[in-house]
Design a protein around this ligand. Structure first.
Ligand SMILES: Cc1cc2nc3c(=O)[nH]c(=O)nc-3n(C[C@H](O)[C@H](O)[C@H](O)COP(=O)(O)OP(=O)(O)OC[C@H]3O[C@@H](n4cnc5c(N)ncnc54)[C@H](O)[C@@H]3O)c2cc1C
Length: 378
């Protein structure tokens, strides 16, 4: 993959941002289970929050290549928790407002989202339904000039910090998946409440909560896109979300691989560095080949998206392989650290817990295989 000088410089600046603004605080933020909201403002100053948002709304108007570089390079901050929160806001939720919003909605949300002043999240998953999006049960009843939301969401990234949540709800309970709509819900709305803050295996700096709606009145103008098209919008937006998942997995894999190799070159066993044993050289070589191939697949999908083509099958392949690979790399790089890998004072222990999310969030590995299979079983 050839990259322009601009993209290379962008990569460098993102990596420096993560190493300067996030890395020194990771342990403290992990401990407290959150990171300061001011980090969004700092990321905005660096121009990281509106990469694909058009310039007229304050964004940079760039393409998916930059979004993927952002996801990859932020991994060197060594905090996947912070990165998934930033990516949820900047690369998953905000672009959905850009893609579907009317002029008024875009003017209301996009400039502040790009400046890190209004944080966005996406509420699809419910306690009863995750993979099966068509079955979600939160309702949006139309009453005069308002929709009235009732129901609950769970596992919502940025649940406690978001200022606006894009909510998927059933506006026509009798129309199956054609009855789903999207709504822009300010989190201060009466009837909207943040439920439990969920205690997680990993990514502890990222807040993940339940959200409840109880007779939550939102104006009709909060409808995002057309009523009844929500299922299709979500399926389309999954392309960007899953591409972020693939890029994040590639970034985490590369970062863990580099860290593991550095350790293996320093750690002496039987008077020789671990890295001098052929068995480990072959292990590193194998992983390097697999990481390179996952990156190539991911950037092939990026290329399709940049040309406005449907990339859902390729993205499913990239997410499937890159996310499974991140788990494998974490396991092997923990192993190369021996007992130290099992100690919390070594970052690999945290990465091992964090990357476990990748084969689940934004569509599971099984769902990715299902998408690929549908392509050849038509
Ligand atoms: C830390 C974290 C953050 C998250 N952030 C968000 C967020 O911000 N917003 C949001 O809306 N959601 C979020 N999610 C939810 C996430 O997208 C879902 O967990 C995921 O889509 C899976 O849904 P589920 O958990 O309900 O699992 P289920 O759908 O109940 O799946 C259970 C099992 O069945 C398998 N399965 C599903 N379909 C099939 C099939 N067709 N064939 C065979 N097996 C199948 C699954 O792969 C899985 O192994 C988050 C989750 C986590 C853990």
């Amino acid at each position: 993959m050839r990259e322009s000088e601009e993209l290379k410089m962008f990569r460098k600046s993102v990596r420096q941002f993560g190493e300067r603004e996030i890395l020194p605080h990771v342990e403290e933020w992990e401990e407290q289970g959150s990171f300061p909201k001011e980090l969004y403002l700092k990321a905005a100053e660096q121009g990281l929050l509106g990469i694909r948002v058009p310039e007229k709304f304050g964004g940079a108007g760039l393409d998916y290549g930059y979004s993927m570089a952002l996801a990859e390079e932020l991994c060197w901050s060594q905090s996947m928790g912070v990165v998934i929160s930033l990516m949820m806001h900047a690369e998953i939720a905000t672009p959905l407002i850009d893609a579907l919003g009317n002029e008024e909605q875009k003017r209301e949300y996009l400039p502040d989202a790009v400046l890190g002043k209004k944080i966005a999240g996406l509420g699809i998953t419910e306690p009863g339904f995750g993979s099966d999006v068509a079955s979600i049960s939160t309702t949006a009843r139309l009453e005069g000039d308002h929709y009235v939301l009732n129901g609950s969401k769970t596992f919502i990234t940025n649940g406690a910090t978001a200022d606006v949540l894009i909510v998927v709800a059933k506006s026509d309970p009798n129309a199956g998946h054609k009855g789903l709509s999207l709504f822009l819900v300010p989190t201060q709305t009466k009837g909207y409440s943040v439920g439990r803050r969920l205690s997680k295996l990993g990514n502890r700096t990222s807040d993940t909560t339940e959200i409840h709606f109880e007779e939550c009145h939102i104006p009709r103008s909060a409808l995002l896109g057309e009523a009844g098209r929500g299922f299709y919008y979500i399926m389309h937006n999954f392309q960007a979300e899953r591409l972020v998942g693939a890029a994040l997995s590639c970034g985490m894999s590369q970062m863990m691989w580099e860290d593991g190799l550095r350790y293996a070159k320093e750690r002496m066993i039987f008077k020789r560095p671990v890295a001098e044993y052929q068995i480990w050289q072959h292990e590193f070589a194998q992983l390097r080949a697999e990481i390179t191939s996952c990156r190539a697949l991911t950037y092939q999908a990026v290329d399709l998206l940049n040309h406005g083509e449907n990339a859902s099958e390729l993205i499913a392949m990239a997410k499937l392989l890159a996310c499974e690979l991140a788990e494998k790399v974490a396991t092997r790089m923990l192993q190369v650290h021996g007992g130290y890998g099992y100690m919390e004072e070594y970052a690999i222990a945290r990465h091992y817990r964090d990357v476990r999310l990748m084969t689940i969030g934004g569509g599971t590995t099984e769902v990715m295989r299902e998408i690929i299979a549908k392509g050849f079983m038509k």
